[in-house]
Design a protein around this ligand. Structure first.
Ligand SMILES: C[C@H](N)C(=O)N[C@@H](CCC(=O)O)C(=O)O
Ligand SMILES: [Mg+2]
Length: 363
């Protein structure tokens, strides 16, 4: 199966409500789509979201990395030389993990089609269904409480609550949400780097002392501050999950060796795709650290690739793949079935993506 052509396109999908974190506010998903065509007629699909505030990858940067580095290296290659092609994607340009992830998932899609097996089976096939949480944006406490109740009405029983940079208000936010949803709902929080280490410990311990029952806190401090992350892990009652501190397998090794976090959030856009995500997952297994599989604000092609990975491996004990359910529409044909919190992986060969409605080609 030889790669004959690669086309780039763009999609724009409005969100149901604006998505707000300590790092950014977004009203729509504006992603780059990759179609990898082959001489057998099989097409592999990839997707990358521009998340400048999180990864540094803008739309222009993603297109540039694909057009100038990744695509010229892939054209003419045989999908069956899979290991070589995987290495090539990772080595042909420095950084640019989102563009690499888009190419990586399109190639896994084709490799699965070549051997007529779904990718999640190829990778381990632990299960065919997973349950995701849903994210509540950071807003005024009463608005967050309303959004939380709405999420429960949609059937979710695990909420990922975004918090901000004001400690008093953050405690109030959590109090309002816990009061509105009752004791049985799982609450996890994501500070997206907003706090200082000592401040984080104070806020988290205050939240636990008030009986707010948090499952874990995601990325309480700056991405680069591993010492600070470890300080929070060692001193807070609440378990700590590293997100922005872990992009590459090398980052993961540092966090694992230093025991700087209790859990790791693996996202395809941070690590450059399934090839590297598998390395992080294996390292975490060796250290006995469970993982969350997460996403950026992404539509269904790239989240679908994350579903394939999550269904393959038992190490993913937490699922944050709510990108598609935060969108007001789904232009992606095929792939996993998203029925609110229940996600069922496709049993088709590869990743089961059949096309994209309203794709604006960029060539
Ligand atoms: C969408 C997902 N639940 C999430 O919160 N992901 C990121 C932020 C995504 C973004 O800014 O696009 C996270 O920090 O975990
Ligand atoms: Mg996060």
């Amino acid at each position: 199966m030889k790669i004959t052509a690669i086309r780039l396109g763009a999609i724009s999908v409005p969100l149901r409500v604006p998505f707000k974190t300590a790092l950014r506010t977004v009203k729509s998903v504006e992603d780059i789509i990759l179609e990898v065509h082959t001489d057998t007629g099989a097409v592999g699909y990839g997707e990358a979201p521009p998340t400048g505030a999180v990864t540094g990858h803008t739309t222009g940067a993603i297109i540039g990395a694909l057009k100038e580095h990744i695509i010229p290296n892939l054209l003419g290659r045989d999908v069956d030389d899979f290991e070589d092609v995987m290495q090539l994607i990772q080595s042909c340009v420095v950084g640019n993990s989102s563009a690499k992830a888009a190419a990586d998932m399109a190639l896994w899609d084709l490799y699965g089609q070549l051997y007529r097996v779904p990718v999640y089976k190829l990778l381990g096939g632990a299960r065919n269904r997973i349950v995701t949480d849903i994210t509540i944006s950071v807003n005024a406490p009463e608005e967050m409480a309303r959004d939380a109740v709405h999420a429960i009405e949609r059937g979710y029983d695990c909420l990922k609550i975004k918090v901000g940079a004001n400690p008093t208000l953050d405690v109030e936010r959590l109090r309002a949400v816990r009061q509105a949803v009752g004791d049985e709902i799982c609450l996890r929080i994501d500070a997206n780097q907003a706090w200082q280490p000592k401040q984080a410990v104070r806020i988290l311990n205050q939240m636990q002392e008030q009986g707010l029952k948090l499952e874990f806190v995601e990325q309480p401090v700056k991405a680069y501050d591993l010492e600070g992350l470890k300080y929070v892990t060692d001193h807070s009652y609440v378990p700590v999950l590293a997100d922005e501190s872990v992009f590459s397998p090398r980052d993961a090794m540092k966090v694992l060796e230093q025991r700087a976090a209790d859990l790791i959030n693996i996202k395809l856009m941070k690590c450059g795709g399934i090839y590297n995500a598998l390395k992080i997952a294996s390292a975490a297994e060796i250290y006995g650290v469970e993982c969350m599989i997460g996403c950026m604000l992404e539509a269904k092609i790239s989240v679908n690739a994350a579903v394939e990975l999550a269904c393959a491996k038992q190490i993913f004990t937490r699922i944050d793949l709510d990108g598609p359910v935060l969108c007001s529409e789904d232009p992606i044909l095929g792939g996993a079935l998203f029925e609110e919190k229940q996600i069922t992986v496709s049993d088709e060969a590869g990743m089961g993506i059949r096309g994209v409605e309203g794709l604006r080609y960029l060539d």
